[in-house]
Design a protein around this ligand. Structure first.
Ligand SMILES: Cc1cc2nc3c(=O)[nH]c(=O)nc-3n(C[C@H](O)[C@H](O)[C@H](O)COP(=O)(O)OP(=O)(O)OC[C@H]3O[C@@H](n4cnc5c(N)ncnc54)[C@H](O)[C@@H]3O)c2cc1C
Length: 370
């Protein structure tokens, strides 16, 4: 059989795209590398706009039933002890990716998408006007392919996407902790060379997720435990929090080569969504919303292409313009905030400026999300 669309990657962007396309009556195949549920590296903070995105997708009730907690305030701290605290522009949610990812994946299946877990895609090739998509065991055919495989995959290399040749210094870690209550707030603590987000998730747990330069990791002896006990505790607020918490995850999730490069909204005829097109710096806490949003932007255009209303080039021209218009400013602001927040003196200056002129802090928070 030839599918209308194959979606590669069943994270937020891929599952949402498959759901939107299946709901429009298309024959969709969603291929996911891993088997759910699994813990994923992520801050697990779902910015306010996700509530509307979940509602339009038809999963807001499921997300709430899965134990999502409400988050209403943000506290930012610097190594110097400086603090900036303010309400979020809209109530956000906290839910683990362990709970969220399978929920979205199975929602796509309920709407009619054919889904496969444990099916890593190895090759995407042109096949006439359509595509042949191969896993280890099978080759599937489709009229169109959506790329939603996240930050980095072997597929980026085989498609010769230029960002693959650039190396980056950024590594990330995450684990769940218990023992202290963040109430309804998210916290972002800066340390020298990185920052850590603490966000409540279901079952009274706190997700602790950080990004840092690999030189900080090397100086701490190469282990996330040593980073937590060493350079990160030089921030007094962070040291106080960590002192009251204990890790409940057996191991840390880790990622290297994190990039904030713009990767392109299409390549070789494939429509790219979420991190596959470009990831916002985690300091903004908006990557998951952008992934869901990109699926919502692309779905009607892919639908128009499949219905023969316009050609693939037009689909990609319009999608690229809408993507830039929707996400361009927040991506630039995210990169700027990241650069400020990983250096102690600029992080401190930024928090002092935000305290002195709270409108600036509010403007930045509003404009790093939809
Ligand atoms: C340190 C850090 C902290 C972050 N914190 C937050 C936060 O608090 N809030 C927030 O909103 N965002 C955060 N983000 C960003 C957020 O995690 C991403 O933007 C979001 O997950 C993007 O969703 P996605 O669907 O594009 O990719 P993913 O969620 O990565 O999904 C990609 C999927 O594709 C699958 N896949 C990969 N290769 C293949 C293949 N070859 N074949 C089949 N499937 C494949 C993967 O297994 C995965 O399921 C953070 C990022 C980092 C690095």
């Amino acid at each position: 059989m030839t599918y209308d669309a194959i979606v590669v990657g069943g994270g937020l962007a891929g599952s949402a795209a498959a759901a939107h396309l299946a709901r429009r009556g298309h024959a969709v195949l969603l291929l996911e590398r891993i088997r759910f549920p699994q813990h994923r590296l992520c801050g697990e903070f779902l910015s306010g706009e996700t509530q509307d995105l979940f509602a339009r997708l038809g999963v807001l009730d499921d997300v709430q039933r899965a134990g999502a907690v409400s988050i209403r305030t943000a506290t930012l701290t610097a190594l110097s002890g400086g603090v900036f605290h303010q309400p979020l522009p809209a109530p956000a949610l906290g839910l683990s990716r362990y709970a969220l990812d399978p929920l979205l994946f199975h929602h796509a299946a309920r709407l009619g998408a054919t889904v496969r877990e444990g099916a890593p895609v190895r090759r995407i090739e042109r096949d006439g006007d359509g595509f042949a998509v191969s896993t280890d065991d099978e080759t599937f055919r489709a009229r169109h392919v959506v790329g939603a495989w996240g930050k980095r995959s072997g597929l980026d290399g085989s498609m010769q996407r230029s960002f693959v040749r650039q190396t980056t210094p950024w590594v990330g870690f995450k684990a769940h902790f218990e023992g202290d209550d963040l109430e309804d707030g998210i916290e972002l603590h800066a340390f020298d060379g990185g920052y850590v987000g603490m966000s409540r998730v279901e079952h009274g747990r706190t997700n602790v997720c950080w990004i840092a330069s690999k030189s900080v990791l090397a100086a701490a002896g190469g282990s996330p435990e040593a980073m937590l006990d060493g350079p990160m505790r030089r921030n007094p607020h962070l040291a106080a929090r960590l002192g009251r918490m204990r890790r409940v995850s057996e191991r840390f999730e880790a990622v290297a080569q994190v990039t904030f490069a713009l990767k392109g909204t299409d390549a070789d005829g494939v429509t790219m969504l979420g991190d596959t097109a470009g990831m916002i710096a985690p300091v903004a806490g908006d990557g998951m919303a952008m992934a869901l949003h990109a699926a919502e932007l692309a779905a009607p255009l892919i639908d128009g292409y499949l219905a023969g209303r316009f050609c693939r080039d037009d689909l990609h021209r319009v999608y690229a313009a809408r993507w830039r218009q929707r996400f361009g400013l927040r991506l630039r602001l995210g990169r700027m905030l990241h650069a400020l927040y990983v250096r102690p003196h600029t992080a401190d200056a930024a928090l002092r400026a935000a305290r002195a002129v709270p409108q600036v802090g509010r403007w930045v928070m509003r404009n790093t999300r939809g």
